[in-house]
Ligand binder design. Structure first.
Ligand SMILES: [Ca+2]
Ligand SMILES: [Ca+2]
Length: 359
C-alpha cells in the first residue's frame, strides 16, 4: 500500500491503497441572482463579504496573504495524538513536508460550501453536460449495507463501480443541500468552464495552496479548530461513532463520539471558519487543480504555486464523512486520477476576483 502511494498508477489512489491495506491487515457532497462580485479592493466600502453566481452558489472573499503550508510532524508525535493508528501509516506523510512559506498574491472568491447536489443538477439541466460516470457507462460507487469490503477482492470500501451508482445515487439519501459526490475531476472542471463561459468570469478549482490557505484560515494547528482530534466532533463531519456503526472494524479510528452525521451532511451544517467557509474539513473531499507530486513542496515556488506541470493524478483535500481524524488534518494530501468518481469525493469552486491595482 505504501508503494502505491509513492508511485501513483492510473487506477491507484491512497484511499484504495489504505482500503487494500486495511483489508489485508484485517484479513484483514437554487435560484440565486446574477450579481457579479465587484473588484476586490480591500477598502471598507468596496467589496461585500459574499456574492452568488447564476446557480446560486455563494462565494466568500479569501484575501491575498501568506501562510505556512504543510506539516513536518514526526511519526512519534503523530503516534501520541493518534494512539490507535497503525505505526506503518504514520510514516506515510512525508509529502506534507517541508513546511514552507507560501504567498498568495491575489484575493479570490471561494465557494462558501462544497458544490451541492442541487447546484450540480442545475448545471446539468442548463448545460446538457453528461457526467463522466454516465457517459462512459461504468457508473460510480455506492454504500450498500450488504457489501462486505473484507470479502471482496477489490478491497474497496464501497460497492461499485456500477452503473446504478452516480452523482445522483451514492447509495445513501442525498437532498439538494448535500454535497455532490461521485463526480470526477473532469466533471468539476467542465462545470467551472461552463460557468466561466456563461458569466464571462473565470471559475476554476482552487490550487492546492489556495485550498490549504483557505482551510487553515490563519490556523497552524492540525485541524482548523485545534490539535486535538476531538475538536472535529463539533466542527466537521468526519468518521464518527455513527459512521463506525456501519464499519465497526474501524471503531477505534473514529472520533470519540457523534458529530451528528453518519453519511454526508447538508452543506453548512457546522460553523464556518474564519474566512466564512464551511466544511473545508470533512463532508466531501474536494478536488484541487494541481497535479500531485509527493516531492513538490521541496521545490514549489513561494508565490502562487500551481503544482507540477504534469502528472497522472490530481490532488484532493480535506477528508470526508468517511475520513478518520488522522486523514482530516489540514495538511493531509490525497489524490486520484482525473476520471475517478467516488462516493467520498466532491469539489468546491473558485471565482477569480478582479485584481486590484498593485501599489
Ligand atoms: Ca460524521
Ligand atoms: Ca469538504
Amino acid at each position: 500500500m505504501h508503494t502505491a502511494h509513492r508511485r501513483p498508477t492510473a487506477r491507484s489512489s491512497r484511499h484504495a491503497a489504505w482500503a487494500a491495506g486495511v483489508a489485508l491487515a484485517c484479513a484483514a457532497v437554487l435560484g440565486g441572482c446574477t450579481t457579479a462580485p465587484p473588484p476586490t479592493k480591500p477598502a471598507a466600502h468596496a467589496a461585500p463579504a459574499s456574492a452568488a453566481d447564476s446557480l446560486g452558489i455563494a462565494f466568500v472573499r479569501v484575501p491575498a496573504g501568506e501562510f505556512l503550508m504543510g506539516s513536518d510532524e514526526s511519526p512519534a508525535t503523530l503516534a501520541k495524538a493518534f494512539p490507535h493508528a497503525d505505526a506503518k501509516r504514520l510514516v506515510d506523510f512525508k509529502d506534507e513536508a517541508p513546511v514552507h512559506r507560501v504567498r498568495l498574491t491575489h484575493d479570490i472568491w471561494m465557494g462558501a460550501t462544497e458544490v451541492t447536489v442541487g447546484q450540480f443538477r442545475e448545471f446539468l439541466r442548463l448545460s446538457g453536460y453528461v457526467p463522466e460516470s454516465v457517459r462512459d457507462g461504468t457508473g460510480a460507487y455506492g454504500f450498500n449495507p450488504d457489501y462486505s469490503p473484507p470479502n471482496n477482492q477489490r478491497a474497496d470500501l464501497f460497492d461499485g463501480r456500477d452503473p446504478r451508482y452516480s452523482w445522483d445515487n451514492p447509495g445513501f439519501p442525498q437532498t439538494d443541500r448535500h454535497p455532490v459526490v461521485n463526480v470526477t475531476w473532469n466533471d468539476a472542471v467542465a462545470m467551472a468552464r461552463w460557468l466561466s463561459e456563461r458569466e464571462g468570469v473565470v471559475y476554476r478549482l482552487p490550487t492546492e495552496a489556495e485550498w490549504e490557505y483557505a482551510a487553515r484560515a490563519g490556523s497552524r494547528t492540525r485541524f482548523p479548530a485545534g490539535d486535538d482530534p476531538s475538536v472535529l466532533l463539533t466542527t466537521a463531519n468526519t468518521f464518527d461513532s455513527e459512521t463506525a456503526l456501519r464499519w465497526p472494524r474501524w471503531r477505534e479510528q473514529a472520533g470519540a463520539g457523534s458529530d451528528g452525521f453518519a453519511f454526508t451532511a447538508p452543506v453548512g451544517s457546522f460553523k464556518p471558519n474564519a474566512f466564512g467557509l464551511y466544511d473545508m474539513i470533512g463532508n466531501a473531499w474536494e478536488w484541487c487543480s494541481d497535479w500531485y507530486d509527493e516531492n513538490y513542496y521541496a521545490q514549489s515556488p513561494a508565490e502562487d504555486p500551481k503544482g507540477p506541470a504534469e502528472g497522472t493524478v490530481r490532488v484532493r483535500r480535506g477528508g470526508s464523512w468517511h475520513s478518520w481524524p488522522l486523514y482530516a488534518r489540514s495538511a493531509f494530501r490525497n489524490w486520484n486520477t482525473p476520471s475517478t468518481r467516488y462516493v467520498l469525493v466532491g469539489f468546491r469552486l473558485v471565482r477569480e476576483a478582479a485584481v486590484a491595482p498593485r501599489p
